[in-house]
Design a protein around this ligand. Structure first.
Ligand SMILES: NS(=O)(=O)c1c(F)c(F)c(S(=O)(=O)CCO)c(N[C@H]2CCc3ccccc32)c1F
Ligand SMILES: [Zn+2]
Length: 263
């Protein structure tokens, strides 16, 4: 649709001019602060199924001008949620080389270097993600906070191909790998709240799960993520780096954030 950006005249403060939900309620991301938290004993560990992909599986890594996104096969799903949620794609949000904080969710005033989102749709109720995308029980996104630290071999399975997606609409084939390796070790500790897509059209259709524990990527891996991509197509004369692609925290309104852990 009509292009939107993260800054400038079509930036996030103007999204609602074309996408009214962006000014609505239940928006994401949010600033997760301790005063909002409520322990919920019914929150079971997240169970990911078929996340270990064979290297013969071919995935598409694409720069859509807003993010770097990887297609995922519909054999991957999440169990243990109110319905079965089938994987559609994963993508990233990040900062820039001189502003190494680009996560969307903040936890107790801490903004992380980047954030991974794995987008799933409610396959019990809807035939595909494009049908599910604007339904209140349509989507479930797993969020992983990323810190700069030790090298991460799982993230390298994606980053080693990033130069094939340098310009908007460029895509490159990526062999399957163990997507579980992108997640933290503990899937039983997470924040849970009702929210939205963090990009236009901002539909309030997402059951958010943000894991309590972060993962790390190395400084070199982070630099690859924040310096390799252009938001513009190869024909475009002006050079526009694709970075700082994170939405600011949105009003929490009367929402609470459920947590699956005690202390
Ligand atoms: N942060 S987030 O999880 O809310 C989120 C994004 F931040 C984001 F960038 C995308 S996108 O498709 O890569 C680009 C804009 O749609 C999607 N894509 C979703 C929404 C539209 C769509 C259609 C098919 C598959 C995935 C998605 C998204 F759910
Ligand atoms: Zn996202």
């Amino acid at each position: 649709g009509a292009e939107w950006t993260y800054s400038g005249p079509t930036g996030q403060d103007y999204w609602s001019n074309k996408y009214p939900y962006c000014a609505g309620s239940f928006q994401s991301p949010i600033h997760i602060t301790s005063d909002l938290l409520r322990f919920s004993p019914t929150l079971r560990p997240i169970e990911v199924r078929n996340y270990k992909l064979s290297s013969t599986e071919q995935l598409t890594l694409r720069n859509d001008g807003h993010s770097l996104k990887l297609s995922l096969p519909p054999t991957m799903y999440v169990a243990g949620l109110p319905n079965q949620f089938t994987a559609a794609q994963l993508h990233f949000h990040w900062g820039s080389s001189n502003w190494p904080t680009g996560s969307e969710h903040l936890v107790d005033s801490k903004q992380f270097a980047a954030e991974l989102h794995i987008v799933h749709y409610n396959s019990d109720k809807y035939p595909d993600i494009n049908t599910a995308i604007d339904k209140s029980d349509g989507l479930a996104v797993l969020g992983v906070l990323i810190k700069i630290g030790d090298f991460n071999p799982a993230y390298e399975q994606i980053l080693r191909f990033i130069n094939g997606a340098k310009y908007k609409n460029f895509e490159v084939r990526v062999p399957g790998f163990n997507v579980r390796g992108l997640l933290p070790a503990r899937l039983d500790e997470y924040y849970r709240y009702d929210g939205s897509l963090t990009t236009p059209p901002c539909f309030p259709s997402v059951l958010w799960t943000v894991f309590r524990n972060h993962v790390t990527i190395s400084h070199q891996q982070y630099l690859a993520l924040v310096t390799s991509l252009h938001a513009s197509s190869v024909q475009n004369a002006e050079v526009t780096p694709l970075n700082n692609n994170f939405r600011k925290p949105q009003p929490i309104d009367s929402r609470v954030v459920l947590v699956s852990f005690k202390e």
